[in-house]
Design a protein. Structure first.
Length: 266
């Protein structure tokens, strides 16, 4: 079986962008989705879109930095779909700030969402996976985290964002080592330059900091030299997401899959 037919899958930050695209692709392949987002309306809109296309999905509001909210999100998935098989800890934020201008508040905000939020999501999902136990094939649950090429190389003026994504890679590797015996695998996806609202925010930050002179300039600059000749769209992450949600990747753990059109080689 090379698709996630019947698997119960949570995708956080799925109200738009990469998360929404991945969730829709997994649903189309037969997964039963829980669409989580800090914006309840966006989560429900994506879930409704999946249902209208014949898929199975619920929408829930969740702040990934809040453990109680994360527990409630997982409980809603289990109530709706009977169990939890896969969690995509995809929710994240970005901030453009020159290295010497990063404040303690900037650091905490980015690390809380991108680092702590992923840790909480992993911890609470693992508790649920262990409660369910392994199936006859030894599958005990799947964690997929969204990192970035910034989790492989540090970028200026995105040092604290890069640090948070390095943290995601480290958490993924640590969990793979810690919970393989439970049949729980952990992998992450490292997108490159993706045409999303997040990149619009990054691009605006470059301009606001006086590092670029016009809208879109940073996006274009970072996209130069991509070997496949274009920046990414959210849909470019769907194939790898479906693969990671499916039994086809059950024997893979601790890995970071770079999907960037050819920017970073690791």
């Amino acid at each position: 079986m090379h698709n996630p037919d019947g698997r119960s899958v949570i995708v956080t930050g799925a109200g738009r962008g990469i998360g929404a695209a991945m969730a829709k692709g997994i649903a189309e392949a037969g997964g039963r989705l829980t669409i989580a987002d800090i914006d309840a309306g966006s989560a429900e809109a994506v879930a409704e879109e999946i249902r209208a296309a014949g898929g199975t999905a619920i929408g829930v509001q969740a702040d990934v930095t809040d453990r109680a909210a994360t527990r409630a999100m997982i409980a809603a998935a289990v109530e709706a779909h009977g169990r939890l098989d896969v969690i995509f800890n995809n929710a994240g934020i970005a901030q453009t700030r020159p290295f010497l201008s990063i404040t303690e508040a900037d650091w905490r905000r980015v690390m809380d969402v991108n680092g702590l939020g992923v840790l909480i999501g992993m911890q609470e999902a693992i508790e649920q996976f262990r409660k369910q136990g392994k199936d006859a094939r030894g599958f005990g649950g799947r964690i997929v985290n969204t990192a970035s090429i910034a989790g492989k190389q540090g970028y200026e003026p995105l040092a604290h964002y890069s640090a948070s994504k390095f943290a995601v890679v480290a958490l993924t590797q640590a969990a793979a080592r810690a919970f393989g015996g439970d049949g729980i695998s952990a992998n992450c996806v490292c997108p490159g330059v993706v045409a999303t609202d997040m990149w619009k925010l990054i691009d605006k930050g470059f301009k606001d900091e006086g590092l670029t002179g016009r809208d879109g300039e940073a996006f274009e600059t970072f996209s130069q030299g991509i070997l496949l000749g274009r920046p990414s769209a959210s849909e470019d992450l769907v194939g790898v997401a479906v693969f990671l949600a499916s039994p086809a990747s059950d024997y893979m753990t601790g890995q970071s899959l770079v999907v960037d059109g050819g920017m970073v080689f690791v």
